[in-house]
Design a binder for this molecule. Structure first.
Ligand SMILES: Cc1ncc(COP(=O)(O)O)c(C=O)c1O
Length: 433
């Protein structure tokens, strides 16, 4: 009988679901809230970061969780040493935290990836042979492009039209099918009817992948309640910029798909020359070969914990107050036009894109940065067909293929002063043109 004593116990996994509505913690701070940037004339001004939809700043609790994990940082799934066991436990705990954050089913796979793009590509590589993906032209390229065989649908004129178009397209497809849809547009912020789309997909025997990259930083998502099959999102848009994203969803296709990366960790055993390899059936090891981004996963889980602990009510209330103020300000400036697919009143997250008469989007973005210390994004936001459509259907049309828009986006740490500074800067620019 062994005389060894296990004296350094590793914390047990906490797999219970996160509370649905969180409690009472104040909204956490973000790093860089006091960042100062130079503007013309050499002055320093506080940075107005209005580019959260591209990448959100790091939450303080996220940075603290990473700092706390670093002293014991070690390899995962490989070592017998205490630090390795502890780091492995933290990595696996992160999986459970992320699963609970989106209300996933207990048997759903949770695979850490680099980002949303990596997650959609991973799923694309696991689709059963002959699968047709149905995608709207409104998608981000990460959800538009990975599919070997796809049917593209025109931007729908209203939400019910999206459901009708998906219904018709899915009805006409033989064999396995996947409906791919974004939950919140990275161009207009508008929310898509994902529950109705999931229902339609299932009625046709299809599955649904929801690109939640722009939803999860702003709204609670419940995969089980919405009956979604797959969800993908990125840590860097969720206040956890440490290089991890995630794909969550049904295990069967992922268990049978070609391993995303081939190498150590994904195999059960490897034979001699000519004998091949026996791959893991469990999706997590199968698709996470090599040393994973442990700190990225820990950061992502810490962000999930921090948002849940704060509670969506407080977060949404503050975001809605600021975005309403911003949109009202933009609407008050002649020559500034907000882009929208489904109209002013359609619910949206804290993202707004617009054009400014007399200026290219690049000129506006550069002037906002160099003269006012405001960071926004300009371009077509990796959603070329959608932005082209919005500009073409805009008043006055758009016959210039290089045309693009300006995007302002907010989140935790955004202030009324940032919003007001943007509106006043645009008023100045328009008055000068
Ligand atoms: C809706 C949406 N999907 C996917 C992506 C791609 O995310 P990532 O660059 O993290 O892969 C983005 C990024 O802007 C996005 O906004």
């Amino acid at each position: 009988m062994s005389t060894l004593t296990i004296f350094n116990a590793i914390p047990a996994l906490e797999t219970t679901a996160a509370p649905a509505v969180a409690t009472s913690r104040p909204i956490p701070a973000v790093l860089g809230a006091d960042l100062e940037v130079p503007v013309k004339g050499g002055r320093l001004v506080g940075y107005a970061n209005l580019d959260y939809a591209a990448s959100a700043p790091c939450l303080e609790p996220v940075s603290a969780a990473v700092a706390a994990a670093l002293p014991a940082y070690s390899s995962v799934h490989r070592g017998a040493g205490y630090a390795s066991q502890l780091t492995t436990a933290r990595y696996e705990q992160a999986r459970h935290t992320v699963r609970a954050f989106v209300g996933a089913r207990t048997d759903d796979a949770v695979i850490f990836t680099r980002n949303t793009t990596d997650a959609t590509n991973l799923l694309a590589g696991c689709l059963p042979a002959g699968t047709t993906a149905v995608v709207f032209d409104t998608e981000h390229h990460a959800s538009l492009l990975p599919w070997e065989r796809s049917v593209r649908l025109a931007p729908p004129a209203f939400p019910g039209e999206a459901v009708r178009a998906a219904d018709e397209a899915l009805a006409g497809i033989e064999g396995p099918k996947l409906l791919v849809v974004t939950a919140a547009s990275n161009v207009t912020g508008e929310l898509w009817p994902i529950a109705a789309l999931a229902h339609i997909a299932h009625r046709h025997g299809a599955r649904i992948l929801v690109d939640a990259a722009q939803l999860v930083p702003h709204r609670r998502l419940n995969l089980t309640a919405l009956d979604l099959d797959y969800v993908a999102f990125s840590g860097h848009k969720l206040y956890a910029p440490f290089g991890a994203g995630v794909l969550i969803g049904r295990r069967d296709w992922l268990a049978e798909g070609e391993p995303y990366l081939k190498g150590g960790g994904a195999v059960r055993s490897v034979g001699s020359a000519g004998e091949g390899a026996e791959w893991h059936d469990d999706p997590e090891p199968r698709h996470e070969a090599g040393t994973p981004n442990v700190l990225g996963a820990i950061a992502l889980a810490a962000a999930c914990d921090a948002l849940t602990a704060t509670g969506w009510t407080a977060l949404v209330r503050e975001e809605e107050r600021l975005i309403a103020r911003l949109r009202a300000g933009l609407a008050s400036i002649e020559g500034v036009r907000e882009l929208s697919l489904w109209g002013d009143d359609h619910p949206r997250v804290g993202i707004v894109s617009f054009t400014v008469a007399g200026y290219s989007a690049r000129e506006v973005a550069e002037a906002l940065s160099s003269e006012y210390g405001i960071g926004v994004r300009d371009g077509k936001f990796c959603a070329h067909p959608f932005v082209r459509h919005l500009l073409e259907t805009a008043d006055g049309g758009c016959d210039d293929d290089t045309a693009s828009a300006v995007r302002a986006s907010i989140g935790i740490g955004s202030t009324q002063e940032h919003v007001d500074r943007l509106v006043e800067a645009l008023r100045d620019l328009v008055a000068r043109s």
